[in-house]
Design a protein around this ligand. Structure first.
Ligand SMILES: CC(C)(COP(=O)(O)OP(=O)(O)OC[C@H]1O[C@@H](n2cnc3c(N)ncnc32)[C@H](O)[C@@H]1OP(=O)(O)O)[C@@H](O)C(=O)NCCC(=O)NCCS
Length: 190
């Protein structure tokens, strides 16, 4: 990793921090896990995983934000990622910033993804002054849809789309699209 962006967001139980070279190996293990990658077209090789970190770093350098590493201080140094990303393809709802998450299975079912995503959303609305944040996933990814629901995200327009990076007819091509707008974020805080 040639350049790091020193940046962190602190929650009650979670820390969102910048990436370190020591995150590459555990991230590759996460991306090679069949359960974790169940709703993705394929698991990632070590090379693909490392290349993804490079793209994340480039995103941080270009925009000043991205998918942060999730750390559980005092327990787990690398717990996956949660963060914000410019949608990298053209669709009826782009340009847009999406929020996403991918956690170690041992951290599932503890509320960490939602807590970390709330930190990222606060940053999106209160520091980046975004007007809206979207999220999308395959309909079968109930855990991810549940995180969106807990965050107060609502079906967007369109509420579904065919993911343009997947070939027509691919079983994961259909995605559900959710959004949260600044006004909703502010009203939920009030
Ligand atoms: C998507 C993903 C991050 C969701 O993780 P998750 O653990 O279900 O979500 P949270 O961290 O918000 O945890 C919520 C659960 O913790 C429970 N929980 C336990 N203790 C809690 C606490 N102290 N506070 C809040 N919730 C708590 C909640 O009740 C909820 O349980 P439920 O799902 O049985 O209702 C995870 O499944 C994942 O990494 N999947 C693989 C990657 C992936 O598919 N990413 C999304 C691609 S679009």
């Amino acid at each position: 990793m040639t350049q790091t962006i020193d940046f962190s967001l602190h929650g009650e139980r979670v820390l969102l921090r910048s990436w370190r070279a020591s995150d590459l190996a555990p991230f590759a293990a996460l991306n090679a896990d069949a359960d974790v990658m169940r709703h993705f077209p394929s698991r990632l090789t070590r090379e693909e995983s490392d290349a993804l970190v490079m793209r994340i770093q480039t995103h941080f350098i270009k925009y000043g934000f991205g998918p942060w590493v999730l750390e559980i201080p005092g327990q787990i140094e690398f717990g996956g990622f949660v963060g914000l990303l410019h949608v990298s393809f053209d669709a009826p709802f782009t340009p847009a910033v999406e929020i996403g998450w991918r956690l170690l299975p041992q951290l599932w079912g503890k509320g960490y993804a939602t807590e970390a995503a709330q930190l990222a959303l606060r940053y999106a609305f209160e520091s980046l002054h975004l007007k809206r944040v979207v999220s999308f996933t395959a309909p079968a990814n109930l855990a991810s849809l549940a995180v969106m629901h807990r965050l107060g995200m609502q079906p967007a327009l369109p509420s579904e789309f065919q993911h343009p990076k997947l070939p027509p007819g691919h079983h994961l091509q259909l995605h559900k699209l959710f959004e949260i707008r600044l006004e909703e974020w502010l009203s939920r805080k009030a």
